[in-house]
Design a protein around this ligand. Structure first.
Ligand code: ADP
Ligand code: MG
Length: 234
């Protein structure tokens, strides 16, 4: 079922079932399943090389898995035609990377507006929304994004990810490049987003301290997602 209201709280925004994928001789995913609803956050942990980024690539449709299903707001991503995939990503998915990955010579505002432009939402109020988001997230006005601190850059990246009101927000090691204090504040901000913006948030991180802030924390272990090892929080 696919409706235009993918961000209704409680609706599944991501449904992964039986995801199986090998890289060479190595089985990275072996029937992995995960379901995420709007308003909810899930963190997936695992050591470096365990396949966290690859999992997000499967959700984005950048990698075609060997088997399994990945549905974003009810639409099957596996096998989706490139044009429709790009449209689904632009409309329904926001992505935050480890280093913010902004265009350094553009202002924070223009970085956020560019995402609205690329999604062709045609919203007249995009500039206003971008400003409001940046204010809410505590990004100071700056002529270029280069002038921002690491934490401010990451907040700008979050504003950019939210500008098109995505049903699903993905973050790959979003705090990996930040100092401890900035890391904690950024994590707090990040995990507050699902309720404020009625989206589902999937964070992949090697940092168990960050993962513990999610509604649900899971670890990637032998190709499937398991509950955190009992008693171990780090
Ligand atoms: P993580 O994000 O958990 O550190 P990745 O998903 O980046 O892990 O990588 C999982 C495994 O896939 C690693 O062994 C990595 O070397 C391998 N890998 C990643 N990208 C590619 C690629 N483009 N081609 C071949 N192997 C890759
Ligand atoms: Mg990675």
């Amino acid at each position: 079922m696919s409706t235009a209201h993918g961000t209704d709280t409680g609706k599944p925004v991501l449904e992964i079932a039986g995801l199986t994928h090998s890289l060479g001789a190595r089985e990275l995913f072996t029937g992995l399943s995960l379901s995420l609803r709007a308003g909810e956050s899930v963190a997936v942990t695992g050591p470096s090389g365990s396949g966290k980024s690859t999992l997000l690539s499967c959700v984005l449709g950048l990698i075609a898995p060997d088997a399994g299903s990945v549905k974003v707001t009810g639409t099957e991503v596996v096998g989706l035609r490139p044009g429709r995939l790009a449209a689904l990503r632009a409309r329904s998915v926001g992505m935050v990377f480890q280093f913010g990955e902004l265009l350094p010579e553009l202002s924070p505002l223009d970085n956020v507006l560019l995402a609205a432009l690329l999604a062709r939402t045609g919203r007249h109020d995009a500039r206003e929304r971008a400003r409001t988001l940046l204010d809410e997230l505590g990004v100071p006005p700056a002529v270029t994004s280069e002038e921002l601190s690491g934490g401010e850059r990451q907040r700008t990246a979050v504003a950019r990810a939210l500008i098109n009101e995505p049903a699903l927000l993905l973050a790959d090691e979003p705090t990996g490049a930040l100092d401890t204090e900035t890391r904690d504040r950024t994590a707090e901000m990040l995990f507050g987003l699902p309720r404020r913006h009625a989206c589902g948030l999937l964070v992949v991180t090697h940092d168990a301290g960050i993962a513990a802030r999610a509604d649900r924390a899971l670890r990637l272990d032998e190709g499937v997602l398991k509950p955190p090892a009992s008693g171990a929080s780090a």
